[in-house]
Write a protein that binds this ligand. Structure first.
Ligand code: SAM
Length: 293
């Protein structure tokens, strides 16, 4: 639910009794795409704001937190990621982070709504600056079907950068999708999914993700919390699943010596994000396998 009163954009979380507001200068764009209502605002202090179906997707000012955490922990945990697929992620911010890794040879962005990407090129050009990289590939269509059709054993890292688990994204948070992902991943493969708010969703969405990833055969599952001021509660998470290897270890030396700039991610942040808060450990403890420690 959204409200726009006296120069403020407000997303109301009715069931939580809370709301989040940004002061806006003007609306830059509005359209009903075949999939969702897409709005873009210029805000007073957070740069541009993208909203899909009334839900805040990203702002210029703080998207680096989300995009870096969706990308670098998984890519520095995998031993040698060469082919990376992003499902969703139409704003291209995750793709930009993935392509910072020189070892990545091929990256795909599989986004259902081409209009999100076209409007990001216009209003978030800094996120799209790697789109011309020869390693970047774009497919506009349903990621669920794409994952059913993909060649088995062909991906190293799969990043699910989707909207909330409703509408077209619902099937991206489902056991069948994780089974397809399991088949698509090569040995040592890692899946990582945006997994909503630790405060709101640990006992529901996050627990379901852990259960379903385990059922699909991911032996190791780990949720990493991180701040995201513009999302409900200001606290967000991604959940990684690994076919074979524990997720507590990562290529720390490579993370320390990364040949690119990050604004949030570093090896210390990675370590910190692996330390799950106690209430999450308690809620998810049934899912912790002995070898995960
Ligand atoms: N950071 C955001 C968040 O957590 O709310 C997500 C940003 S990104 C814009 C999410 C994208 O997922 C949207 O552009 C949406 O069109 C796309 N999407 C939703 N369902 C999809 C599906 N089944 N296949 C491919 N893309 C999908």
């Amino acid at each position: 639910m959204t409200a726009l009163n006296e120069g403020w954009f407000t997303e109301v979380f009715q069931d939580q009794g809370t709301a989040f507001s940004l002061q806006v200068k003007r609306k830059l764009h509005e359209e009903q795409t075949p999939f969702q209502k897409l709005e873009i605002y210029e805000t007073e202090t957070f740069g541009n704001l993208m909203v899909l179906d009334g839900c805040v997707m990203l702002t210029t000012r703080d998207n680096f937190l989300y995009h870096e955490m969706m990308t670098h922990p998984a890519l520095f945990t995998h031993k040698d990621p060469k082919k990376v697929v992003i499902v969703g992620g139409g704003d291209c911010g995750t793709l930009k982070e993935v392509l910072k890794h020189p070892g990545v040879q091929e990256a795909w962005q599989v986004e259902i709504d081409e209009r999100v990407t076209r409007m990001s090129e216009k209003y978030f050009p800094e996120l799209c600056e790697a789109n011309g990289d020869p390693r970047a590939n774009f497919f506009f269509g349903d990621g669920i079907q794409w994952m059913r059709d993909i060649e088995p054993n062909s991906i190293d890292v799969l990043i699910i950068d989707s909207t909330d688990p409703v509408g077209p994204a619902e099937g991206l948070f489902a056991l069948d999708f994780y089974r397809d992902a399991m088949l698509a991943l090569r040995e040592g493969g890692i899946i990582v999914q945006q997994s909503e708010s630790p405060l709101l969703h640990t006992n529901t969405i996050i627990k379901d993700i852990h259960d379903d990833m385990h059922k699909a055969g991911f032996g190791h599952v780990q949720t990493l919390p991180f701040p995201q001021p513009v999302y409900p509660t200001g606290w967000w998470s991604c959940t990684m699943g690994s076919k074979e290897n524990p997720l507590k270890y990562f290529r720390e030396e490579d993370a320390n010596n990364r040949p690119f700039v990050t604004r949030y991610y570093n090896a210390g942040v990675h370590h910190g994000a692996l330390a799950m808060p106690q209430f999450m450990v308690d809620a998810l403890e049934d899912e912790v396998r002995p070898e995960e420690g």
